[in-house]
Design a protein around this ligand. Structure first.
Ligand code: UD1
Length: 423
């Protein structure tokens, strides 16, 4: 298993290009199942999660070709041959559950294993099931698989989500595009990836309004056609690399970055003393002198502070002046990076959904272990600001969500290398 070796060093300078969003791409890819005609995605990120979704779609009979070094995905679901999403693929990644809605809408049946993914909480699928049942699907759980049927097709309905789940909103929205009549999703998720999916579905002929607000209205159509769509910028990769100069000092330009993708995160960085400038097609982040200030953070659905940046923000707070409280409101088990950061000299106390971080002047390099995708990159950020060497093991988590991480960070002056090891 490979590991990453980071040696703490001084200020960073230069540019980092930001890729297309993993989480958008993972919901745009299953949208191909909704149409017999080709769907092409540009600006796709080169990640192992995208390969996993490719394998899943191929196992259902879709054709998926990766072109232009992986940045273009050409897909066709003309002849689907299976409606079963197998455990062996689904267990690797929770987003596999996003084939459920499209398959049900197109084929009238779907069998999908309950998903795996990062071990950051229970992550049930009750909201997906409730929403699809409201559209007329019959769903039962047998042997770890959800068996869903809609023999007479899906019918539009009002679906009120008790929590603004991203995945449930996506699954219900995709299914509703081919349902008869009108569907209204109330308390829908508002993440930029939802808007990106709606944009793509509209290009395919879907009638959707209100995406980006809590009420999404979908008028079902008989069929969807082919389209080409550019994947939105990855706001989590953007936020992660904005934290690199915030932690190490220096000035870094994030190419493709937009403030509107991360407003609440930007406001917290500024409160901590970081300068952010929005340019025509990039963001410049600068930390000149002294330590950052401690700020409190509460994770919330968009437009709140993203849970997917909580671990990385904690790495920054570890060296801030003062004490900060980070409250995790989305996932109940998302502080697994805290004990690893403590191994590097951080002062963190976790009580339930709160972590209290008292900043220290300097972290110290140590061998640490990545426990999930965002935790792994928080340890790299911490290592970049620490004295000496930090070896982060189990970096396969990182490969799920960050393309060319070593190249991107060493390009702005970080001392980082990947060590290939025999498993
Ligand atoms: C997506 C993102 C993930 C991000 C999360 C929250 C993708 C591929 N992944 O995950 O990176 O961290 O949004 O921004 O887009 N829940 C239920 N029942 C359900 C569904 C969800 O209780 O049926 C709970 C989950 O356990 C969790 C919370 O709702 O506590 C948020 O989950 P959700 O918004 O659905 O996240 P995902 O779509 O899985």
């Amino acid at each position: 298993m490979d590991s990453i070796l980071v040696t703490g060093n001084g200020p960073l300078n230069g540019q980092i290009p930001i890729a297309g969003a993993k989480n958008a791409c993972l919901t745009l890819m299953p949208a191909t199942l909704l149409s017999e005609e080709p769907l092409t995605l540009t600006n796709a990120p080169r990640l192992s999660d995208i390969k996993t979704m490719t394998l899943l779609l191929q196992s259902l009979g879709a054709e998926v070709s990766s072109l232009q070094d992986g940045q273009v995905l050409a897909m066709s679901s003309h002849d689907l041959t299976s409606h079963v999403a197998d455990y062996d693929i689904v267990r690797k990644m929770r987003a596999s559950n996003l084939v459920l809605g499209p398959m049900l809408a197109r084929l009238g049946q779907a069998v999908v294993s309950l998903p795996g993914g990062c071990a950051i909480g229970a992550r049930p699928m009750d909201l997906h099931i409730h929403g699809l049942e409201a559209l007329g699907a019959e769903i039962e759980l047998k042997d770890g698989y959800l068996h869903a049927k809609a023999p007479k097709g899906l019918k539009g309905a009002v679906v009120e989500l008790s929590f603004a789940s991203v995945g449930a909103t996506e699954n219900i929205m995709m299914a509703a595009t081919l349902a008869k009549g009108t569907t209204v999703i109330k308390n829908a998720a508002r993440e930029p990836e939802i808007v990106d999916l709606a944009d793509c579905l509209r290009k395919m002929g879907a009638q959707i309004e209100g995406d980006g607000s809590p009420d999404i209205t979908i008028q079902g159509v008989d069929r969807l056609h082919g389209a080409t769509h550019q994947v939105v910028t990855d706001r989590i990769e953007l936020g992660t690399y904005m934290l690199a100069p915030a932690i190490c000092g220096g000035e870094v330009e994030l190419l493709g970055g937009r403030r509107s993708l991360l407003e609440s995160f930007c406001a917290k960085l500024e409160a901590a003393g970081i300068e952010i400038t929005e340019n025509e097609n990039s963001l410049t982040v600068c930390r000149k002198n002294g330590r950052v200030r401690a700020v409190d953070v509460v994770t919330e659905p968009f437009p709140g502070f993203p849970t997917d940046l909580q671990a990385q923000m904690m790495a920054l707070m570890c060296t801030a002046e003062g004490t900060s409280v980070l409250e995790e409101k989305i996932f109940e088990n998302r502080f697994m990076h805290a004990p690893e950061l403590v191994r590097m000299g951080a002062e963190i106390e976790v009580h339930g959904g709160h972590a209290t971080v008292t900043g220290v002047e300097k972290l110290k390099g140590a061998p640490v272990m990545a426990t999930d995708l965002r935790a792994s990159v928080s340890l790299i950020l911490a290592g970049m600001a620490a004295e000496g060497e930090t070896k982060v093991s189990r970096v396969y988590h990182l490969d799920r969500g960050y393309e060319h991480v070593v190249r991107k960070l060493s390009g702005v002056g970080a001392k980082i290398e990947r060590i290939k090891e025999q498993s």
